[in-house]
Write a protein that binds this ligand. Structure first.
Ligand code: NAD
Ligand code: UD1
Length: 348
């Protein structure tokens, strides 16, 4: 990608003050893209803009509103007529909460996407990258999962919103040939930017493994519970494909490049975004202790309801088509998560 080719293309990043969005804004700005963020700050802080500016030297434009509000979304595109592509991160993402509040999840995640797609048609914005998830595969029968692996019925309303959003995009692209959309199916994003200025800041008790580990190591939690050691895996604990968030952010930049430079094979495409390597919970815990030298209290407890046993990506199709590959090791990624946690907590 030549920097000059990319100048003056304005990219709308929805959810851009969130965890993955903020890292992606940094990578986009590093590549010369002009970014405008829309976020309602329901799960992020406005200070993230200061930190993006500290890292890149550029403060992205920012608009605070709820994308589920049709008239506000319309008003945005009237104001920002230079938007050429959208990266749509904005969504609710807590699996357990979605079971208790299904309508809130369906409304937020589906209506936001539909509003954006309607605006794309109305204001002639042709390109979108959408945040999907490996959750659409459920527990696959064969591993690793390729893009051809059949999707399975979702385990949660959250997971279902991802499957339905993929279908909405597929159908809308079929009906509108001028549109070009890519869904990226993320595996498990972890880690933080090397500057330690941006990272994951879960509200309340973390559900996800790595924030729980770093908060336990920082003394905020008493001990980590390892959910199950009786799975059919080498050490009995569940296996996932953990992808560094900066690598994941870079995948969005190449997806945007593919869309803007007409490299797509169909006007709706989807790719796995993982490392291709599976690690067990126990391997991850041991790696964390090794690379940080920090004590970590943990105990094995029963399985967590709804968890799958093992999943990791076959990334060969995405690597070849996108010209992108995850580069960071698990060890350096875990270290980045720990440095971020220490910075947030003011630990040395
Ligand atoms: P996040 O919660 O950190 O970021 C999402 C951002 O969207 C937040 O800043 C939130 O305030 C904003 N937002 C939510 N609803 C909005 C609305 N209606 N209008 C405007 N802003 C809104 O989440 P994340 O981890 O960065 O995830 C980004 C995307 O990736 C989500 O779509 C998520 O479902 C998907 N995803 C995340 C993971 C993961 O493990 N983090 C895995 C797979 C897929
Ligand atoms: C979960 C969601 C998935 C979502 C992803 C990112 C479920 C079933 N899946 O994935 O849809 O896309 O988060 O938000 O919730 N673990 C522990 N102890 C902990 C926390 C986790 O042992 O305190 C284990 C889990 O059992 C799992 C692994 O660590 O085996 C990873 O868990 P987590 O980080 O929550 O991600 P997923 O469950 O893979």
């Amino acid at each position: 990608m030549k920097k000059t080719e990319l100048m003056a293309k304005q990219i709308l990043v929805t959810g851009g003050t969130g965890y993955i969005g903020s890292h992606t804004v940094v990578e986009l700005q590093n590549q010369g893209f002009e970014v405008v963020i829309v976020d309602n700050l329901s799960n992020s802080q406005i200070e993230v803009l200061d930190n993006i500016e500290k890292i890149t030297g550029i403060r992205p434009a920012f608009e605070q509103f709820d994308l589920a509000e049709r008239d506000k979304t319309d008003g945005f595109f009237q104001k920002y007529s230079n938007v050429e592509a959208i990266i749509h991160f904005a969504a609710y993402k807590a699996v357990g909460e979605s079971v208790d509040k299904p309508l809130e999840y369906y409304r937020n995640n589906l209506v936001s996407l539909m509003n954006l797609l309607e605006s794309m048609k109305k204001y002639d914005v042709k390109h979108m990258v959408f945040s999907s998830s490996c959750t659409v595969y459920g527990q696959p029968e064969t591993l690793p999962v390729t893009e051809q692996t059949p999707r399975q019925e979702a385990e949660s309303p959250y997971g279902n919103t991802k499957a339905i959003c993929e279908d909405i995009m597929r159908d809308f692209c079929k009906a509108n040939e001028a549109l070009n959309c890519i869904a990226l199916r993320y595996f498990n994003p972890i880690g933080a930017h090397e500057s330690t200025l941006i990272g994951e800041l879960p509200v309340g008790v973390p559900n996800n493994l790595v924030p729980f580990i770093t908060q336990t190591a920082a003394g905020l939690r008493k001990e980590l519970s390892i959910f199950g050691d009786d799975y059919d895996t080498p050490d009995g604990t569940a296996i996932r494909d953990y992808i560094n968030v900066v690598d994941l952010a870079k995948a969005h930049v190449v997806a945007i490049d593919r869309l803007l430079n007409d490299k797509t094979k169909q006007n709706y495409e989807y790719f796995n975004v993982g490392t291709g390597d599976g690690y067990s919970v126990m391997q991850l815990v041991k790696s964390f202790i090794k690379v940080t030298g920090v004590e970590l209290n943990y105990k094995v407890v029963g399985r967590r309801t709804g968890d799958i046993e093992k999943i990791w990506a076959d990334t060969s199709y995405g690597n070849a088509e996108l010209g992108w590959k995850a580069e960071k090791t698990l060890d350096e990624t875990l270290l980045s998560a720990w440095k971020w946690e220490k910075n947030v907590r003011g630990l040395s």
